[in-house]
Design a protein around this ligand. Structure first.
Ligand SMILES: Cc1cc2nc3c(=O)[nH]c(=O)nc-3n(C[C@H](O)[C@H](O)[C@H](O)COP(=O)(O)O)c2cc1C
Length: 372
């Protein structure tokens, strides 16, 4: 697969040993933690975060770049904030691993301030989301936390078929249950075939809506890119298992340059459905409220779970369509039997085809572009 530029160099970030880390200056340390945050997943790989470091006080300020919020698929800004929650969790895990106590203060952003805005690259539109203060502590990280810290460097979203008959081992499920903060979110695990089938149907409907809705599909086309793209943001088709020709065709068809063949649309909506039908594990995160803080908590919890899976060699993928297509969201919540707000739906399992594990990572902006 062609990777003609430096857009993938973020994945060569080393995991510093404690001795290597202790030789870094305060500025280098904080930049390193921002780099870890930058390896987090984000909706459509928009990387909607911006970081400001204050080495005198060992503080990182995390903001949303409102220009990055996608108007069709992220109308409320929820997906962008969940992404930022995941980035915050990377900082928390990375900093605790290197011997810091971490205090996270929410900036209590208002929901109206995180919605998409008309795109204007000239106008920087930063919304403070949280400040993260680091102070030295002596506690060594647990084995599970060290596993999560290591997983930051290898993690990737795996949109592939998982082995239906290979369940997640109980000790991993226990580790997951013990790492979620049940004061801030509710974590539902679904492993029974009946509910999995129902969710698969919802997924097909959500994907069908996306593909048949011009605004949604054009936006997806702008972000689902050719494999040799020079863009540091967005999703090269290889991450969906598409070869160079398929990726180019899908990008052009969704963008409206060439007609979208009916079978392309059908294949798109059936793929998600099939993946869910075959997955041994579905996780859903809901919250009591539906505020920006709830979205941050959901993003943090999701990423903690995702890194736990990754540390045990278990893949995961996200399915935001069910959350974002409103009618389906409500029907799904009823199936789940909850009155809480649906935030994140993902699946996890062991990849069926070994070669899928060798798919390239997704690109990242240079670190300088996300610092202010
Ligand atoms: C909030 C959020 C929602 C996402 N929704 C989807 C989704 O619906 N379908 C999908 O295939 N990937 C989804 N992703 C995965 C992103 O596309 C992926 O994180 C991004 O392309 C970067 O790739 P990486 O995570 O492998 O580094 C989502 C990620 C986040 C954080």
């Amino acid at each position: 697969m062609m990777q003609p530029n430096n857009n993938y160099s973020a994945w060569s970030t080393p995991q510093y040993t404690h001795t290597q880390f202790s030789a870094l200056s305060p500025t280098e340390r904080l930049r390193y933690f921002c780099q870890l945050a930058h390896l987090a997943p984000s909706t459509h790989n928009t990387q909607p975060w911006k970081f400001h470091i204050d080495p005198d006080n060992m503080v990182i300020e995390v903001s949303l770049d409102q220009n990055s919020v996608l108007p069709a698929s992220d109308v409320a800004g929820r997906q962008s904030i969940i992404s930022i929650g995941a980035a915050i969790e990377h900082i928390r895990i990375g900093a605790e691993y290197e011997g810091y106590a971490v205090t996270i203060h929410s900036a209590s952003a208002d929901k109206t301030s995180v919605r998409p805005v008309p795109k204007d690259p000239q106008h920087v539109s930063r919304v403070p989301i949280a400040t993260i203060a680091l102070s030295p502590q002596m506690n060594a990280p647990s084995h599970a936390e060290s596993g999560r810290a290591g997983a930051i460097f290898s993690r990737k979203i795996m949109r592939a078929e998982y082995k239906r008959d290979q369940p997640i081992p109980n000790h991993v499920l226990e580790e997951i249950q013990s790492c979620v903060d049940t004061d801030t979110i509710t974590f539902h695990t679904l492993t029974d075939p009946l509910r999995r089938q129902a969710i698969a149907e919802f997924q097909a409907q959500a994907d069908g809506f996306v593909i048949n809705n011009k605004k949604f599909s054009r936006e997806l086309g702008d972000w689902l890119l050719e494999n040799d793209t020079s863009s540091p943001v967005g999703m090269p088709g290889a991450g969906f298992g598409l070869d160079d020709t398929q990726a180019m065709r899908m990008h052009r068809a969704l963008s409206g340059d060439i007609p979208l063949e009916p079978e392309d649309g059908l294949r798109f909506s059936l793929a998600g459905k099939e993946y869910i039908e075959k997955t041994p594990f579905i996780g859903v995160i809901t919250t009591k409220g539906d505020t920006v803080d709830d979205w941050i908590h959901a993003g943090r919890a999701f990423e903690r779970i995702a890194l736990t899976f990754e540390s045990h060699g278990i893949s995961h993928a996200m399915h935001a369509g069910i959350v974002e297509v409103r009618l389906i969201n409500r029907m799904f919540a009823a199936t789940l039997g909850t009155l809480q707000s649906l935030q994140v739906l993902f699946r996890a399992g062991y990849v069926k085809k070994e070669e899928d594990l060798r798919r390239p990572h997704s690109p990242r902006l240079p670190l300088e572009a996300v610092l202010y």
